[in-house]
Design a protein around this ligand. Structure first.
Ligand code: SF4
Ligand code: SF4
Length: 301
């Protein structure tokens, strides 16, 4: 287990070679509805969420409404919520219904808390809104043993039931997986995950594969970023920096607004109290930015 602190965690480097990502237009607002609390404690969680992690508290309905009102004045088009686990938030249903009054919503969840009763309520909320409600359920494998080794005992069965419960009421959740295989096997793995979703009677099987971010618990269990893994201005000579999600989105929490969902537990990534004051360039000095650059990844669906 590594105990050394990530060398790039401690400061935002403003040296001339660190590129800044511009804020082009705020299209998407993320909200950390579950805070850093989660009923699971996955070995690869890049913000080390778990039942006892109170780094970020859950967002209250009042706070969410405040962010929504501000987001509307700034032209935000869509919303994403995440945690931790959003279904641990006691106000989750009121929060969902409220967000849907402002725009379409993607919910990131581990799926393990979605009972038939909750799924029925989610259907009612969707039926009462003209904006689309979409689910992203995270799992690691179609193999129970592989999944539960990363996500914990019985996580496979609980998530599978959650996906099933969503499908019964007409939702078609996107399966989200953090790549734990060689990239060359992507095509084969995609096929197998799609077959898995079909076996659960998902009418529109879709998957999203995310890269590993060497942060949080994964950095303890695998490795930390090396000194060479950081972006420089040269990295963007042949790559449009505005492809990065941080040029069009921000991440709101109960206590402040951060540049993105990936750096949400880094003090240096907290850009302000209000959304408006975060609409400025951000220096890409964190090693995690290297992963975004080399994988071209976005957290969006
Ligand atoms: S990866 Fe997701 S489900 Fe797992 S501990 Fe982190 S927030 Fe919870
Ligand atoms: S981690 Fe990715 S999304 Fe976040 S600031 Fe860096 S490049 Fe942008």
């Amino acid at each position: 287990m590594h105990t050394a602190k990530n060398i790039l965690d401690t400061e935002i480097d403003r040296s001339p070679d660190v590129p800044e990502v511009p804020m082009v237009k705020l299209d998407t607002l993320w909200m950390q509805i579950g805070g850093t609390l989660c009923n699971l404690q996955c070995t690869h969680c890049f913000i080390s969420c778990g039942p006892k992690n109170h780094t970020h508290g859950m967002m209250s309905l009042e706070k969410v409404l405040q962010q929504l009102k501000e987001s509307k004045t700034l032209g935000v088009k869509d919303y994403y919520i995440t945690g931790g686990e959003v279904f641990m938030n006691p106000e989750i249903f009121e929060i969902l219904a409220t967000i849907l009054q402002y725009g379409p919503l993607d919910i990131l969840t581990n799926g393990t808390l979605i009972t038939p009763e909750k799924a029925t309520r989610l259907r009612e909320i969707q039926n009462n809104s003209s904006n689309n409600l979409q689910f992203r359920v995270s799992m690691e494998s179609f193999d129970e043993k592989i999944n539960d080794k990363i996500r914990g005992e019985n996580a496979f069965n609980k998530a599978t039931k959650g996906i099933h419960n969503l499908s019964v009421v007409g939702f078609s959740p996107i399966l989200t997986i953090t790549r734990n295989w060689e990239e060359a096997k992507d095509a084969e793995m995609e096929e197998r995950f799609l077959s898995f979703l079909k076996s659960l009677n998902i009418y529109q099987p879709r998957i999203k594969i995310l890269p590993e971010f060497l942060l949080g618990r994964l950095s303890e269990n695998k490795r930390i970023y090396s000194k060479n893994e950081q972006v420089t201005k040269k990295c963007f000579e042949d790559y449009d920096i505005t492809n990065l999600q941080c040029s069009t989105s921000r991440m709101a929490t109960q206590t402040g607004v951060y540049v993105c969902p990936i750096l949400v537990d880094k003090d240096q990534a907290r850009m302000g109290d209000t959304i408006k004051e975060t609409l400025r360039p951000f220096p890409l000095s964190h090693a995690a930015c290297y992963t975004c650059r080399v994988t071209g990844m976005t957290c969006k669906s």
